[in-house]
Design a protein around this ligand. Sequence first.
Ligand code: AHG
Ligand code: MN
Ligand code: MN
Ligand code: MN
Length: 348
Amino acid sequence: TSSKKSQYEIQTLTGWLLKQEQSGVIDAELTIVLSSISLACKQIASLVQRAGISNLTGVQGATNVQGEDQKKLDVVSNEVFSSCLRSSGRTGIIASEEEDIPVAVEESYSGNYVVVFDPLDGSSNIDAAVSTGSIFGIYRPTEECLANLDDDENGALNQQAQNCIVNVCQPGSNLLSAGYCMYSSSVIMVLSVGNGVYGFTLDPLYGEFVLTHNGIKIPSKGKIYAFNEGNYQLWDDKLKKYIDDLKDPGPTGKPYSARYIGSLVGDFHRTMLYGGIYGYPRDKKSKNGKLRLLYECAPMSFLAEQAGGKGSDGHRRVLDIHPEEVHQRVPLFIGSTEEVEKLEKYLA
Ligand code: AHG
Ligand code: MN
Ligand code: MN
Ligand code: MN
């Protein structure tokens, strides 16, 4: 048989998922959950790219549980993500940045996976058509969560709701899979099922994600840092010293470069490929920083570690942090191992 690969032997996400299932890395149910997520991301990609045309820029006129003014696309992408997961029939519970509490999925009839997600990350960038993304993480259910979830008469969270919260509040070390889809000059789905990190670029000609990054490894160091320095004066002195020293040209005569997109997905994707460090520290205003542990910090730290990098809250491994509540925030420092370890020394 000719060993020459035919030019048509491209590897799509669907084909790659089936290979992972065939080799027993994931089961058929998880394969279906991941396919439904890829469908949601394709739909969101097209909504994002046509936002100005279909009057989907601007605010919804509501605030979410985070106290943020929801963008129209925050709400729409949350609905797209939720309905794709519901119709997969394999999702038992979903938790979203845009939902107050986790919800049990009535349509689930097998698999019962727990999916946490940020349906549109970096949504402040939408109106200027700057990179945004979606982030997700998938857990096995820890305990049965009965389907019909509603508040009891006095509005307190009833037992079923509590069960759902318990199922969702798992440490990132329990993640079976995590990933993001970046909506930028390319639409790129990056994910891991626990055996490395793979990137798939959406080919708009026929709407499939094609394998383009066959095993992403974060460089062990990198001279790019991504922090919102507008908050500099609110930071701890040790952190200020760390940032000041990055600007010292030193013997090489070259200081670090600052790059900040304002979208975790965009900044993190560049860090995964070029190396460096992304940070969202705590500050005097926000004691635990801004990013949410469950659907931003843990999935990204899972990917960072799968790619040979690190995700830290400045002192602890993010994946070891057990969430106390769904929308809990933690400081995040993530990227090249040497860069994160250097930061941790400054904060010790
Ligand atoms: P989201 O749009 O999902 O609320 O997340 C926004 C986050 C993250 O994507 C980004 O890195 C960070 O907020 C930017 O925050 P600042 O504008 O405070 O720098
Ligand atoms: Mn938000
Ligand atoms: Mn986000
Ligand atoms: Mn978001």
